[in-house]
Design a protein around this ligand. Structure first.
Ligand SMILES: Cc1cc2nc3c(=O)[nH]c(=O)nc-3n(C[C@H](O)[C@H](O)[C@H](O)COP(=O)(O)OP(=O)(O)OC[C@H]3O[C@@H](n4cnc5c(N)ncnc54)[C@H](O)[C@@H]3O)c2cc1C
Length: 413
């Protein structure tokens, strides 16, 4: 029990941790009060009903940006570690929880296909099933979890956390059909015809490239396949990871655990890195070495050419921009290069039923969270597929919005 920590909470009337800090507005004071009284089951229920992935988000969220960072005690004292209490409540709750239909089940008789069994698919399945819908999840991977199982390494997220979900889904009759890819074994037109609603939650797994000469050489690989199955890759002695986000941090920490001397090269500075600051510190503690202000410009058979960068103020906008300094090329030898630049959603599995795109080339959705696809009126979307690479908690929030859209559509239909 984290009782001492719970007693420090001021149970604010306007809880900034929940309202300003937490994307899914976790009811922190209500749950904290229940926890103090030892009513863990009730607290667990509140958390699960608001965010079925609470046991996971409390482990992988960047709390410094969310609840912890918004605690009022931040000003003069140490903020309350709510996330530890949430882990305890939700972790326990999951062990024995069985899904229950809500008291009203307006979606009874409606069938919904969810493509993608990551955080979006998992949370959408639970929300819609509670309302009475019949759910089938299709995923190209063998098991449920998406990035939670096939991206975030074990040393950060113990995969046993997904077992209660597999158990609950099997008990509730939520079907998980693995090894089944959209655009391969199933098609969007087939799903659209067969189901009352379809949800595309296939994430953002299409890796971006550097667009530099030599990038297709065998020593270069992408971070996501490596993280999915690290043992399948021979790393050699020295690895260079290019990127500064969470994926780069997971890749470098995995490479260093496999015995490689591992370096992260990033074109801007530490403050610009999108990775959680705690992850950067943990990577350093693991022995990963960092070089900032380094832009790769060419890949050779056993090395990369980097060019130095610097931050300058753009005279037109007044903003700080990073620019390459010409004439600073230098060669760095390595056995492997892992690219962790960024990812985009892949629209190709939709075949000829391509969604409408904005001027940046990203799919757009309507007010009901539907993709705009000619001839299709019930293809919904949420999570990284529509937002780009974000976070687990944001995927849940997006799924909640899409569920509202699906419900509105199904009840109006
Ligand atoms: C390495 C890594 C580390 C991360 N670390 C964190 C973290 O610490 N904290 C955090 O909050 N967020 C983290 N994130 C981000 C977070 O995991 C994502 O924002 C979240 O998983 C998005 O959920 P999703 O359901 O939209 O997509 P995903 O989790 O990507 O799930 C998509 C699912 O769709 C399936 N799929 C894809 N294509 C097809 C197809 N054609 N047919 C059928 N199925 C398909 C995939 O197999 C997958 O199961 C990390 C991401 C990565 C890659």
């Amino acid at each position: 029990m984290n009782n001492m920590e719970a007693q420090r909470c001021l149970l604010c009337k306007r809880p900034k941790c929940a309202l300003d800090g937490c994307p899914v507005n976790t009811p922190v004071p209500e749950c904290m009060a229940l926890y103090r009284e030892g009513r863990l089951e009730e607290a667990g229920r509140l958390l699960f009903e608001n965010n079925p992935l609470s046991a996971i988000t409390s482990l992988v969220c960047d709390w410094s940006k969310f609840c912890f960072g918004h605690c009022v005690l931040n000003v003069k004292q140490v903020p309350v570690r709510w996330y530890e209490i949430e882990q305890e409540i939700s972790g326990e709750y999951l062990k024995t929880h069985h899904l229950e239909r809500a008291s009203e089940t307006p979606l009874e008789g409606k069938s919904v296909a969810l493509v993608g069994g990551g955080p979006v698919g998992m949370s959408t399945a639970i929300f819609l099933w509670r309302k009475g819908a019949d759910i089938t999840i299709y995923d190209v991977n063998e098991r449920l979890g998406g990035v939670l199982r096939y991206g975030i390494p074990d040393f950060r997220l113990d995969k046993s956390i997904l077992e209660p979900f597999e158990r609950m889904f099997a008990e509730a009759g939520i079907r998980f059909v693995g090894n089944t890819g959209l655009g391969k074994e199933i098609t969007i037109e087939g799903l659209h015809e067969k189901y009352d609603a379809v949800m595309i939650g296939t994430g953002a797994e299409k890796a971006m490239n550097l667009e530099i000469p030599g990038e297709s050489k065998p020593l270069v690989m992408q971070a996501l396949p490596f993280l999915k199955n690290p043992d399948a890759f021979e790393l050699g002695k020295k690895v260079i990871v290019i990127g500064g986000g969470n994926v780069a941090m997971d890749a470098c920490r995995t490479a260093v655990r496999r015995g490689a001397e591992t370096w992260v090269y990033y074109r801007k500075t530490f403050e610009n890195m999108p990775a959680n600051p705690s992850e950067i510190e943990e990577a350093k503690a693991d022995g990963v070495q960092f070089r900032v202000f380094q832009a790769p410009v060419e890949v050779h058979d056993h090395s990369v050419i980097f060019r130095d960068c610097e931050n300058v103020t753009d005279p037109q906008t007044g903003k700080i921009v990073t620019r390459i300094i010409e004439g600073t090329d230098h060669e760095v030898e390595c056995d492997r290069i892992i690219l962790a630049i960024s990812e985009k959603p892949d629209y190709s599995p939709l075949g000829r039923f391509q969604p409408e795109l904005d001027s940046w080339g990203w799919a757009v959705k309507d007010e009901l969270h539907r993709l705009k696809i000619e001839g299709m009126d019930h293809v919904f979307t949420a999570g990284d597929f529509i937002l780009g690479p974000k976070t687990v908690v944001e995927a849940v929030v997006s799924a909640k919005r899409a569920v509202e859209g699906i419900e509105q559509y199904l009840l109006g239909a």
